[in-house]
Write a protein that binds this ligand. Structure first.
Ligand code: SF4
Length: 91
């Protein structure tokens, strides 16, 4: 029987969910890691797609979240402090 190579999501190094910064409790109990992060299903993960699209991912997004890209991008923009873009204040 042929062994398959272990899989790890390419975004695991930067993913807050994978690095146990979002969910409470022991990281070993994080079923998302078993279902998505360490299997080929990372390709179906909403966080993975958000990282690829925006370079970051809000903490409220879970691998099986149903939010659309427009909604997620709007939430990311809302989190950017306006002091960082003084020309955009009041727009
Ligand atoms: S599969 Fe999703 S939750 Fe897991 S490390 Fe990748 S981006 Fe993060």
């Amino acid at each position: 029987m042929q062994k398959t190579a272990p899989v790890n999501c390419p975004k695991s190094a930067i993913c807050a969910l994978y690095n146990d910064k979002i969910l409470k409790g022991n990281g070993n109990n994080n079923v998302y890691k078993l279902i998505y992060c360490t299997t080929c299903r990372f390709k179906n993960c909403k966080r993975y797609h958000t990282y690829r699209m925006a370079g970051q991912c809000p903490d409220f997004i879970m691998p099986n979240s149903k939010h659309g890209s427009d909604y997620i991008l709007r939430k990311i923009e809302e989190e950017i402090p306006t002091e960082a873009f003084p020309g955009l204040a009041g727009e």
